[in-house]
Design a binder for this molecule. Sequence first.
Ligand code: HEM
Ligand code: HEM
Length: 466
Amino acid sequence: MSAASFKNRFPLRWTTTTTLFFVLLVAFSIFSSSHAQSTSNHNVEDGKGEGLVALVLNEDPMVVVEYEVLTPENTADLTDEAVVAAGGVLDVTLSYEGEGYVALGTSPDLKMAGSEVVIGMFPGIPEKYSISGYDTSGIVRMPDQQQTLLEASVSQEDGMTVMRFRKLLSEEGELELTVGGGIQNNFIWAVGHGNSLGYHAVRSTFSAALEASGEASGEASGPAPEVVVGSTVVPYKGSWAFHGTMATIAWGLFAPLAIASSLCRTIIPNKGGGALWLKIHIFLNVMCVVMTMVVFFTALSTTGKSGSGHFNGTHQKVGLSIVVLSIFQVLGGFFRPHPPHPPSSSAADHDHEKAAKTGDEETVDAEKLEEVDVDQQMEEEAAAAAAAAEAAAASKKSSARVAFEIGHRVMAGVLLGLALYNIDEGLRLYALRYSNVEDYRMVYWIMVGCLFGMIAVTSIYSNFVI
Ligand code: HEM
Ligand code: HEM
């Protein structure tokens, strides 16, 4: 491709601007990452020196756990064979100032994935689940023979949910609770927005050394066992806000405006002989693609840092599909079947006769995601109007070319549809996760509606009225 041709089609300042923009986005992405959860140490306010521990896990809404290790030696009524074999039980009461599911369990690395938890969903009874991932499908009820909880109940009254259960200290094939020796046991807990499983209203962790009831009281003068309570702050808010803002600008603004510039080309004045609408069109599409990549890599790195698996959930899967389809769309444009030779034009047939120019065109075409036919645009831009008339009369387009043109446009429509849906879904996830912020979906749809309305009116006006 010649320098002049390149400059003509893709001016240097755009490349520079785009690159600079990309670098700034990546830099901002790195700096906007929130820090991992912090923890704090608590000295336990225990129950009357008798081994009952009461711990405030969260203040608003209030979540309190009370637990006690009961062994056959110190508790007269623990005569059950299984309890004796397990060496005792952990007696737990979890109270939540709200109406929703309540859950508590053990997790060696304090993560949701890899944990074994007891979940109480009113009006059912608390049951044991193992968790392997970060969505509902990763939370699986253990088989009946493992449902060994004793005195398990969940009640809901006056806006309070209270779960009680006794869990055997040691069970085959399950995570064990270690009592004595000051060894820390790692726990996770969560409370829900409602009585069915879904993203939590509050969740966190704590680590505690367990002492059998009665034994701790024997050392009444010694220090109370230390409990390390994890943060309830959901991390990476800045990164997700950045991810969402970029995605919304790219697909909610730039992509529709790129289409608009093509649909309304007749009312966009030309500048210096070049087609201004095309420049706008290409610029917005390049920005959209670059931003989509930034959106994607921000999501990948943030999900990676948070330790949850990749592409769990609908938003994540649709997001991945958008990125993959965008790449196919770009490749499709790059390797598109070319239109047939016009019989006698060297000016019009940029695809076949001007090798340098062809490369240039393909670069331009490869960047775009909309339904506009770049081959035709280039013909216009090259001011080959006379030759184009001749070319049009030349020979018929191959069926591969026709298929490409249709496929390219359909794919563009599908991509835009998926992206608009995914922005909605992303905003929902964000509002759910950082429950202190508003759900911006209504504002988003009003703005997108107004934008599409304006584009439709302008397009009709420019194509049919003037
Ligand atoms: C369908 C139900 C659930 C969904 C969709 C869900 C989803 C998630 C997601 C997306 C995260 C990462 C974001 C964050 O830090 O908050 C997370 C973290 C966490 N979840 Fe869940 N969760 C569910 C149920 C539970 C249950 C039942 C528990 C506890 C017993 C729990 C405990 C935790 C904890 C402690 C964390 C922070 C530690 C970590 O990142 O693994 N979750 N959950
Ligand atoms: C076209 C637009 C969008 C695309 C292509 C996209 C893509 C993605 C992808 C691929 C992931 C998963 C990353 C992984 O699993 O490794 C993801 C996660 C996420 N996105 Fe988006 N996204 C878009 C829009 C948005 C918007 C507007 C928001 C609003 C703030 C948003 C918020 C989130 C959140 C909170 C997650 C983490 C979900 C979780 O792990 O529970 N996204 N996105």
